[in-house]
Design a protein around this ligand. Structure first.
Ligand SMILES: Nc1ncnc2c1ncn2[C@@H]1O[C@H](COP(=O)(O)OP(=O)(O)OP(=O)(O)O)[C@@H](O)[C@H]1O
Ligand SMILES: [Mg+2]
Ligand SMILES: [Zn+2]
Length: 168
C-alpha cells in the first residue's frame, strides 16, 4: 500500500500519515503539547478552562510521542494564551511546549520553563503566613519540579501540586 500524503504544508504532517493524527488541525488557537502524561486536565484547570466559555477544546491523553514516551496534548481553538498563563502551565507541566496557531500555521512557539523562584502566581496556603496578611507579593523557591514542591519564602510552608491546583 502506498503511504498517504498530507496536502497541507505545515510540519504537523511531517512524516506522519493523517491516520496517526490524534487531534485535527485547528485554524486559530493554542496547542499545549508535550504535557507530562496524565496532566492535561490539571493544565485545563489552571487555565480556568472548563468548557463553560464555549471554546472548542480537544484533549489527548497518554498518546505516544516521537520519543516513544507517553504525553498529553491540549488544543484550544480561538484562544491565545497570555504570558502569565504560560507561567502557570510551567508549574503543572514543566516539559510542555505552547504553540500559537494562526491560520493553520505555528506562529509562535514557547517551551515553558519553571524558574528557580516564582512570584505572584499562587498564594501561600498557610493562613498565618505574613504574605497573606501584608500587601506583599507571595514568593516561593522551587525545590523540585516534578512532583512539584514549592517552599514559601516567608514562612517555609511547603506547597505541592494539589495545594496549587486548589487555588484555580
Ligand atoms: N494547525 C494546527 N492545528 C493543530 N495543531 C497544530 C497545528 N500546527 C501545529 N500543531 C501542533 O503544534 C505543535 C507544534 O508544531 P510543530 O510543527 O512545531 O511540531 P513538531 O515539529 O512536532 O515540534 P515538537 O518538537 O514541539 O513536537 C505540535 O504539537 C503540532 O502537532
Ligand atoms: Mg511533535
Ligand atoms: Zn508562607
Amino acid at each position: 500500500m502506498k503511504p498517504s500524503r498530507c496536502r497541507t504544508g505545515s510540519s504537523l504532517s511531517k512524516g506522519i500519515s493523517p491516520k496517526e493524527l490524534y487531534v485535527k488541525k485547528i485554524r486559530n488557537g493554542t496547542v499545549i503539547d508535550h504535557i507530562l502524561a496524565g496532566h492535561a486536565l490539571d493544565v485545563l484547570k489552571i487555565l480556568g478552562i472548563d468548557g463553560g466559555e464555549g471554546h472548542i477544546v480537544s484533549v489527548a491523553m497518554n498518546v505516544i510521542s516521537k520519543k516513544q514516551n507517553k504525553k498529553d496534548i491540549v488544543k484550544v481553538e480561538n484562544r491565545e494564551l497570555e504570558p502569565g498563563e504560560v507561567d502557570k502551565i510551567a508549574l503543572i507541566a514543566p516539559s510542555a511546549t505552547i504553540s500559537i496557531i494562526r491560520d493553520y500555521e505555528v506562529a509562535e512557539k514557547t517551551r515553558v520553563k519553571l524558574p528557580d523562584s516564582i512570584r505572584g502566581i499562587v498564594r501561600c496556603s498557610n493562613p498565618a503566613c505574613v504574605s497573606n496578611a501584608e500587601p506583599v507579593e507571595p514568593k516561593f523557591s522551587v525545590e523540585r519540579q516534578d512532583p512539584l514542591r514549592l517552599r514559601c519564602y516567608y514562612c517555609v510552608r511547603i506547597m505541592e501540586k494539589t495545594d496549587v491546583l486548589k487555588q484555580f
